[in-house]
Design a protein around this ligand. Structure first.
Ligand code: 3AL
Length: 174
């Protein structure tokens, strides 16, 4: 699908296809539809970034809270979004040893207790070793730094999801 096909999508199709590029935040997709036409995929991505960056800090934390825990209970119950399931599985989150799984649960809880939002990292750019290391290190940060870091990771996840959709010719999924 090229950018002219993206620009030609009616609102409902646009949200059906791109509604989860930011996890469980179709509002963002609905909002940026107004910004058509996009000159490129990068321009669509930039419109999403602008929307996120203009949110108050509470809105940015809200975006982080829409993300499921890595290797959390929803991974095994199949309750994740398709995208999140694929990303977590690729990063090996479904095949942790029991020691790794308990460490992940303990650190996820510690992180949420400290910051009030979940630890977010682009799973597709990491593996279980780097995820556990980052989770442990990032627990030591300040809240504002972690909020910014988490949003940076949301943008990386968004970029890979956008690329996946456009390269896989999502118009066939209508
Ligand atoms: N918590 C968290 O980072 N979740 C995610 N990361 C990712 O790449 N996909 C997710 O669902």
């Amino acid at each position: 699908m090229d950018i002219s096909a993206v620009n030609a999508l009616p609102y409902e199709d646009f949200v059906n296809i791109f509604g989860n590029v930011v996890e469980k935040c179709p509002l963002i997709t609905a909002a940026v539809w107004t910004r058509r036409p996009f000159t490129s995929l990068n321009a669509l991505e930039a419109a999403i970034h602008e929307f996120i960056d203009a949110l108050p800090e509470s809105g940015k934390e809200g975006i982080l809270r829409c993300h499921p825990d890595l290797a959390g209970k929803h991974l095994h119950s199949g309750a994740l979004t398709r995208e999140s399931q694929e990303e977590q599985t690729r990063a090996g989150m479904d095949v942790l040893s029991s020691a790794e799984a308990s460490q992940m649960t303990r650190l996820n809880e510690e992180y949420k207790g400290r910051f009030g939002f979940p630890f977010v990292i682009c799973a597709r750019m990491n593996d279980k070793v780097t995820i556990l290391r980052e989770l442990s290190e990032r627990c030591q940060n300040e809240r504002a730094a972690e909020r910014a870091r988490g949003i940076g990771e949301v943008k990386k996840i968004c970029r890979l999801r956008l690329q996946g959709l456009v390269l896989s010719d999502a118009t066939n999924k209508l």
